[in-house]
Design a protein around this ligand. Structure first.
Ligand code: DUT
Ligand code: MG
Length: 163
């Protein structure tokens, strides 16, 4: 039986605004994230953020979104993250993809060089909601409990006992 290829690639048109740097690419087969590069040298002091250009602009098919995620290795080793993680690239956006990097390390600056891999782009399908106003929402087990209503690190506390 023919099974559909779950990894059939989604066609995405790309313009290289910086012709000397390569297209985004997947480091390993099956990876979800294609690495994005910085086109500029940038130094981030502890706590500092910067909007960093990647040199690419894309056109996603309708019904798809690209999400800009941090790279875990840079986060673990250097404290580098993305302030608005994940960044949302709308299908209709034709401008340069930029990454809002932030240095969470309390003491060390982070030095990035042009061509360094700073983030990864995950392409997904998404749903659009048809918002329908109602007077009252249907009942649910959770109700309006949130923000730790099930307890802390341990097992969830029984319902009605959030102390
Ligand atoms: O990390 C990001 C996030 C966004 N964008 C671009 C693509 C996206 O389609 C557009 C708008 O992003 P968003 O909707 O998150 O920002 P906003 O503050 O709501 O801006 P707008 O009013 O333009 O929607 O900016 C990036 O290049 N990088
Ligand atoms: Mg917006």
């Amino acid at each position: 039986m023919l099974t559909p290829d779950p990894f059939a690639p989604v066609p995405v048109e790309v313009v290289r605004l910086d012709a000397d740097l390569p297209l985004p690419s997947y480091a390993r087969p099956g990876d979800a994230g294609a690495d994005l590069l910085t086109t500029v040298d940038v130094t981030l002091a502890p706590g500092e953020r910067a909007l960093v250009p990647t040199g690419i602009a894309i056109a996603l098919p309708d019904g798809f979104v690209a999400l800009v995620h941090p790279r875990s290795g840079l986060a673990a080793r250097h404290g580098l993250s993305i302030l608005n993680t994940p960044g949302t690239i709308d299908a209709g956006y034709r401008g340069e993809i930029k990454v809002l990097l932030i240095n969470h390390d309390p003491t060390e600056a982070i030095e990035l060089r042009r061509g360094d891999r700073i983030a990864q782009l995950v392409i997904q399908r998404f749903e659009r909601a048809a918002f329908a106003e109602v007077r009252e929402l249907p009942a649910s087990v959770r109700g309006d409990g949130g923000y730790g209503s099930t307890g802390g690190f341990g097992h969830p506390t029984p319902r009605g006992d959030s102390s």
